[in-house]
Design a protein around this ligand. Structure first.
Ligand SMILES: [Zn+2]
Length: 158
């Protein structure tokens, strides 16, 4: 088991039900592992230390085949080991995002599909990379012309 930082293992970032179901080998190359180590050190370990709770990684690394399988953007930082989708049990995702916003350096911080009043709804996407834009977005599902699509709005909106 490869340890990325004191409290995080590589296995948490590579496991994927879609990859397992489709027989996709989601093993990252060493440069991606190095990026995941930085993400853990700069973002996930500070989150864990502040809330004194485990951080659940729902999606970490996505190899190109897995990213295609789930319809992810080809430029996704998940494909470079620079981003993770996280939650902290017992902490509302808006509180998690606001703590990161106020305390950490990051590239992109996205509050994804959070429904006000439902603390565990959605998740937080956080990235750290060569660029540190401190960009904050909120992803919402909106219905247009009878179809659901994702809309990104600036800031953490809840
Ligand atoms: Zn994400």
């Amino acid at each position: 088991m490869t340890r990325l930082s004191p409290h995080f293992h590589l296995s948490e970032f590579v496991h994927s039900q879609t990859a397992a179901r489709r027989g996709i080998d989601n093993t990252p190359p060493p440069w991606v592992v190095a990026n995941l180590e930085r993400l853990c050190r700069k973002v996930l370990e500070p989150v864990r230390a502040h809330f004194a709770r485990p951080v659940i990684v729902s999606s970490g690394y996505r190899c190109p085949a897995l990213n295609r399988a789930i319809g992810g953007a080809s430029t996704s930082q998940h494909c470079r080991g620079e981003a993770a989708d996280i939650e902290v049990p017992g902490i509302s995702n808006v509180d998690l995002a606001r703590w990161i916003e106020g305390n950490l350096l990051f590239d992109q911080l996205i509050l994804e599909f959070y429904t006000p009043g439902q603390p565990s709804s959605g998740w937080v996407h956080a990235s750290h990379g060569p660029r540190l834009r401190q960009q904050e977005l909120t992803a919402q599902r909106v219905r247009e012309w009878g179809r659901w699509r994702t809309r990104y709005v600036p800031g953490l909106v809840a």
